[in-house]
Design a protein around this ligand. Structure first.
Ligand SMILES: NC(=O)c1ccc[n+]([C@@H]2O[C@H](COP(=O)([O-])OP(=O)(O)OC[C@H]3O[C@@H](n4cnc5c(N)ncnc54)[C@H](OP(=O)(O)O)[C@@H]3O)[C@@H](O)[C@H]2O)c1
Length: 317
């Protein structure tokens, strides 16, 4: 592989930490701009990782951190806003623009961009999906012709450290009584984080992936209710899960959107109004065989140390 050093924005997050380890295992040096280098020192254990205190919205800092890299990856994204009406625009769209500009200024000609399944600038049902769609489109358009962009559109991603199975396991284990579940009929094809980072590494040095958008899905589709019931079983919890109707789901989203940490927001409710299923699975195009939840989740949820680590991470946020 002719790529030796990669700058990963969002490299400290769930997907980013898995991608960093995978790149290191291929001998690729990783540079991670982060707002909190002291919180992520464990990523440096492999010896080929630099954590650099960076404000990614500062043009000079971003250009400096990309300098000398052969490629960049933008994984930065949020599911909910802290400042209503501003953060999605700022963190998804404005940052995506800054990343492309910094790539151009630093001579980085390869960029992998993380979007989301159903991201759609004009028809996305939620602000999250609209802004992810606009960021994806702008990254491809603004990058031309110098920057070769590939983007990835995953369904919900699972694996050690995820905020889907781990979060539901934690909620199911900590809340008393029956568990009220909003949008129980929403459908997903959960995709393994190992396959997602495999797709990134596979595409990195492959010209045939330039200017392409890959949807990424696992091998099976489930309703949210099926996934939460599965989580309870695998966690050894006997819990009654009550699927809420549409009115009660909206009400729950309105209420929980005001709870600190926003466990579920009205924008999340809107995102769940479309099924998160692939029309064409990019993993297969990239020669990756999708991993089933049964191969990973039972071991993950029964591993108390992983759950403890997840709870520590939640406390840090
Ligand atoms: N997880 C999923 O199921 C899923 C599904 C579809 C798409 N995606 C997309 O995949 C990407 C990665 O997801 P993830 O689950 O790995 O996310 P994550 O664990 O929350 O990590 C997000 C990263 O973004 C950075 N970040 C967050 N807010 C920021 C801000 N205001 N300014 C600068 N940096 C900020 C953080 O870096 P520092 O704190 O170190 O600065 C963090 O490393 C996102 O774009 C997400 O939309 C995820």
């Amino acid at each position: 592989m002719s790529i030796n050093k990669v700058c990963i924005l969002g490299g400290t997050g769930f997907v980013g930490s898995h991608l960093t380890c995978r790149m290191n295992s291929y001998g690729i040096h990783v540079r991670i701009p982060t707002r909190h280098p002291q919180r992520h020192r464990e990523l440096m254990a492999g010896g080929r990782v630099e954590l650099i205190n960076t404000n990614p919205f500062d043009r000079h800092q971003l250009e400096a951190v990309m300098d000398g890299c052969d490629a960049a990856v933008n994984l930065v994204g949020i599911l909910n806003e802290t400042h209503a009406g501003k953060d999605f625009q700022h963190i998804h769209i404005e940052l995506a623009d800054r990343v492309v500009e910094a790539c151009k200024a630093s001579g980085v000609s390869r960029l992998l961009h993380m979007s989301a399944l159903n991201a759609n600038e004009s028809n996305g049902p939620s602000v999250y999906l609209k802004t992810k769609g606009e960021a994806e489109n702008r990254t491809h358009t603004l990058g031309k012709p110098q920057i070769k962009v590939t983007s990835f559109r995953p369904s919900v991603i699972f694996g050690p450290g995820d905020s889907f199975f781990n979060r539901f396991a934690s909620l199911l284990g900590s809340l008393p009584g029956p568990f009220p579940l909003a949008c129980p009929e929403a459908r997903f094809a959960p995709v393994y984080v190992g396959d997602v980072v495999g797709a990134f590494v596979r595409a990195l040095d492959d010209k045939t992936t330039w200017d392409k958008h890959y949807e990424l899905c696992g091998p099976d589709a489930f309703t949210l209710l099926e996934l939460v019931e599965y989580t309870a079983r695998q966690s050894g919890l006997k819990k009654r899960i009550i699927g809420l109707g549409d009115g009660a789901s909206r009400l729950q989203a309105r209420i929980l959107g005001h709870v600190p940490g926003k466990p579920f927001s009205y924008d999340n409710y809107l995102s769940l109004q479309v099924n998160s299923l692939c029309s064409k699975n990019g993993l297969l195009e990239l020669g990756i065989s999708p991993t089933s939840i049964d191969t990973v989740v039972p071991y993950m949820l029964s591993d108390k140390s992983v759950r403890r680590r997840y709870q520590q991470l939640r406390r840090q946020i």
